[in-house]
Design a protein around this ligand. Structure first.
Ligand SMILES: [Zn+2]
Length: 214
């Protein structure tokens, strides 16, 4: 079944004296955002500010994962890839999205979880030199750094919730902003405010489909 995605028009920035980069890559919404939240269609009791951007495809995305691993070995490759993406990225600033109490609750839970993960990461990473880990025998203590780094990455990755609360994808041409599968109440209000209904399913190309044959 096709997802009832909606798409908001974007226009080039109208800020005074934009830099060259802002003129090319900064967009603003050419319609108003609904007053209900994306996930539940409930009236927003608070709003949050979001800055969302497109993720342009680069040649790297088409590599199979072993090649990606190889490619990542060179820091200059990683830098080049980042520069290439940044050069074609389109971003929209300063949007105010509505969120209902359950959206807020979800965000709070995620923040709490991230804080706990961060505390655990700090405990593990400082394990080898911290008095808190004296109950662990001396020799395996330096090994705590390894799970510590894994938990650090998990903590960092678990912080942002904006993509989940907005379900936004910005196609590469930067003419519109797609909200995937919003609550019908959100879609309804969005269309009244100038968004358009997308008839076909918007499917992001997953990593499985991106893989090239070995
Ligand atoms: Zn909500």
């Amino acid at each position: 079944m096709p997802e009832p995605s909606v798409s908001f028009p974007l226009r080039h920035t109208t800020i005074p004296d934009p830099t060259e980069r802002q003129r090319k890559q900064l967009r603003e919404l050419d319609a108003k955002l609904p007053s209900v939240c994306v996930l539940h269609g409930a009236p927003g009791t608070w709003t949050f500010r979001a800055r969302l951007f497109s993720v342009p495809r680069v040649a790297y995305d088409d590599l199979s994962w072993p090649r990606k691993v190889l490619h990542d070995q060179l820091p200059s490759n990683r830098r080049k890839r980042r520069t290439e993406r940044r050069a074609r990225m389109v971003w929209v600033e300063d949007m105010r999205w509505a969120a209902c109490p359950s959206c807020r609750g979800y965000r709070l839970v995620r923040w709490t979880l991230s804080l706990m993960l961060a505390a655990l990461a700090a405990y593990l990473v400082t394990g080898p030199i911290s008095p808190l880990t004296e109950w662990i025998p001396e020799s395996p203590r330096p090994l705590l750094v390894i799970p510590g780094l894994v938990v650090t990455i998990a903590a960092i990755k678990s912080v942002p919730t904006i993509r989940e609360l907005t379900r936004v994808e910005i196609p590469e041409d930067g003419t519109e902003m797609v909200v995937r599968n919003p609550h019908p109440a959100f879609a309804h209000e969005a269309i009244a405010l100038g968004a358009r209904q997308l008839s076909d399913m918007v499917t992001p190309v997953g990593w499985l489909k991106r893989r090239e044959p070995f």
